[in-house]
Ligand binder design. Sequence first.
Ligand code: FE2
Ligand code: FE2
Length: 266
Amino acid sequence: MAGTLNVLFIGDIVSQLGRRAVQQVVAKLRKQESLDLVIANIENLAHGKGITKGTLAEIQNIGIDAFTTGNHVWAQPEGKELLAEAKNQIIRPANYPPNVPGRGYCIIKVKTKKVLLINLIGRVFMKLDYDDPFRKFDEILKEAPKHDEVIVDFHAEATSEKVAFAWYAAGRASLVVGTHTHIPTADAELLSKHKLGYVTDVGMVGPKDSILGVQKDEIIEAFLTQLPVKHKMVETGDIVFNSVLAKLKNHQSIQIKRIDMIIEGR
Ligand SMILES: [Fe+2]
Ligand SMILES: [Fe+2]
């Protein structure tokens, strides 16, 4: 349909299995679904936490146009440098304090349209004390260059904060997706008369038999003993692929649906 942008948002890509899955799937989906824009959250790209040059190189040029992140993006020393390079099209939550490396939003040119992509981080049940994401959103809309559509990755733990933000943004954003929990939610819908495309959490792309991507035994041990454990990533087996597809037009979503699949492991 003329003027419509088909946008795929892919949940947190976790570790080696996550990278392998997007390598297998994204080009095919681009064709099948006539995608115009593909965005993925990559805070867990390198061994479950952060980003490195090598892991980023693996998923560049496979059909993902831009990347969002979250609290874990700082885990690898190379992360700050990669965020600072504009050509990488990686953003980090905008409501970190001033002077933190990287950018909190970017403009992506797609066909004849300009898409404003914003990354924000929630504050409820998060360990650090970020600036207010709601007011940051208002500020960005005022200062950002002219654009046709607005997509927000709201990286947060609490469902209440995510859905509250979505209602707050309705009428001003085209699509708001939640990330961070690695568990997909079933509520992909159009909110209000404004037709804001929304999902509380996209989910992840990572090992299926795991606890959010991490080996199960250590996590269960931590719950049983309350002692700290070292996280080991799952590196074999089936992979879960979670994403949402939204059709954007005139500053709204006209349709949103989940695209989820299991990729059989080797
Ligand atoms: Fe994550
Ligand atoms: Fe996160």
